[in-house]
Structures are given as C-alpha cells and as structure tokens.
Design a protein around this ligand. Sequence first.
Ligand SMILES: Nc1nc2cc(Br)ccc2s1
Length: 245
Amino acid sequence: MRIDVVTIFPGYLAPLDEALVGRARRAGLLDVRVHDLRRWASGVHKAVDDAPYGGGPGMLMTAPVWGAALDEVTASGDDDAVPRLLVPTPAGAPLTQRRAAGWASEPWLVLACGRYEGIDARVLDDARRRMPVEEVSLGDYVLAGGEVAALVVVEAVSRLVPGVLGNPASAELDSFAEGTAGLLEAPAYTRPERWRDLDVPEVLRGGNHAVVDRWRRDRSLERTAAVRPDLLDALVARHGAAAFD
Ligand SMILES: Nc1nc2cc(Br)ccc2s1
C-alpha cells in the first residue's frame, strides 16, 4: 500500500519512521511519502493561506496551492492508478475500525493535512471530480491541524494491512473489530500471576479455552455496557437478543 501525506509541517509525520509503521516501510509493506505543501506555493513567503470570504476569524489554506499539490501527488501513481483522498477535519464522519479496515484494502491513500481554519472547500469539490474523497473526524474536538489525525489514520489503517502485524489474530480481537462483535475488548493480563495484592483471574490461568472465551465475552459486554452503551444498542439493533449469546 502506498500512503502520501501532504502537510506544511513534514516534521510532524516523523513518527511514521518509527515502530510498527517504520518497520513495515522498511519491509516494503508500506510506501509512505510525506510532502511539504510549500513546494507548490509561490512567492518569497511561500504563502499557503489567505483570509476567508465572508469574514470570520483566522485564515484558510488556498485552493491554488492545494490544487497544484494534489494534481502532482495524485498523478504520480502507476499507470492510471487513482488514490482515495482522506481529509482529517472536525466536520468529517467519525473514524471507525470498520472504515480503517476498508481503507486497509485500498492500494493508495492520500492524506491532506489542513491547518489554520481548514482548506478552501473547492479543493475537495475539485478532487471529487477525479477520485474518491472522504472527510474523517477523530472526535468532537478541534486540533491545530490535521497532522496528528493523519498519524492516527495511518497507524489505524497500516496495522490492518496484511503482513504488517506479526500476528493477524491480534487485529481480530481489537475493540470494535468483527472478532469482538464490535464490543470493547476484555481486560487482559500477563505474568506475574500475582502483582502487589492483585491476582490474574483464576479462569485465565486454567486451560479451558471455551470457558476463557465466555469469560472474555462477558467482560467485554460488561465493559461496553459501562463505557459505551451506544455500541450495545447498535449490536442489539443488528442481532437482537442473540447479541448476548
Ligand atoms: N479534530 C480535528 N481538528 C482539526 C483541525 C484542523 Br485545522 C485540521 C484537521 C483537524 S481534525
């Protein structure tokens, strides 16, 4: 999978050289390219922003700069390959494990990192004429730019790309994953068996996998009911009472 990230702060994406994503890049599983948007800006100051029409606080990133950048980046694929453009924004649809899993099957993603008050809307309107475009939110809060959100999206997607996780089964038992039926994952334990005055639950120390699976399912349901009852509602809506079998 190829992932391009366009930003005015390339250094913010340095973590993509580390850990899981860094290893996957060096193993040739991921081709991650970070581009400085100012490459496509003109003038001595390489300006990338201007005042918003209609007034209002702050500045917007301009269409000509983003248009030139996306034209070049999205034209640099093999043959006539077309990427999916992902744009982190508070106004986007929520990032979910299901969306990340879908994007992990894509051959090529491009992430556009906004700054200031965001990007001129015509940039996405124009891009939609040539490629799939999705706006994605990390939650109901506002960051200073899209770079941190891009790091989250790249990691959430990359770990689901075949071969990236050492043990693919790990992803199946993630919270929100199909393997946990969209529930939060159960509490997990490792050695030592006793730590301070806290013991690993007896059921996990036995060898009965069916009993362990049931225990984990029950703890997942309890945790989800306590922390994310909305997920339970969705599960019941989908499966009825069988959701609790
Ligand atoms: N939660 C989020 N806040 C922001 C702010 C900017 Br500016 C760009 C993208 C995002 S995603």
